[in-house]
Design a protein around this ligand. Structure first.
Ligand code: AMP
Ligand code: ZN
Length: 114
């Protein structure tokens, strides 16, 4: 997906502050954090959102969620964290490459509804 911002981050064409990477996912800091810790976890494979899941994508997202706990704890979120994915315009999605927001200390968050 040449036009996709997050595919460009994966390719290293756009700089990002990476905190974790393996052969199927990347985690980096949100450029406009809505909480004291705000990470984005994305699959290396371009998937638009939860409306765009085949069987392989479902399994991939399951594996990604299975790694979130260690990533969050390594980011200092031993007290807890929130995981969100926005889907399509009605869900507030702005970047159409599926991402899990990992937010820490949401008591200080600035995101509407938090
Ligand atoms: P969403 O509204 O769920 O699609 O979230 C998109 C997120 O991507 C927002 O929280 C943005 O702040 C974040 N974002 C946009 N551009 C970048 C970038 N270049 N690097 C890191 N995060 C970004
Ligand atoms: Zn993409």
């Amino acid at each position: 997906m040449t036009d996709c911002l997050f595919c460009k981050i994966i390719a290293g064409e756009i700089p990002s502050d990476i905190v974790y990477r393996d052969d199927e996912m990347l985690v980096f800091k949100d450029i406009a954090p809505k909480a004291p810790v705000h990470l984005l976890a994305i699959p290396l494979r371009h998937i638009e959102n939860l409306d765009d899941l085949d069987g392989d994508a479902q399994a991939l997202l399951g594996r990604m969620l299975g790694k979130v706990s260690k990533i969050a704890h390594d980011a200092g979120l031993a007290e807890g964290y929130r995981v969100i994915t926005n889907t399509n315009a009605g869900g507030g999605q702005e970047v159409y490459h599926l991402h899990f927001h990992i937010l820490g200390d949401v008591r200080q968050a600035t995101w509407a509804g938090m």
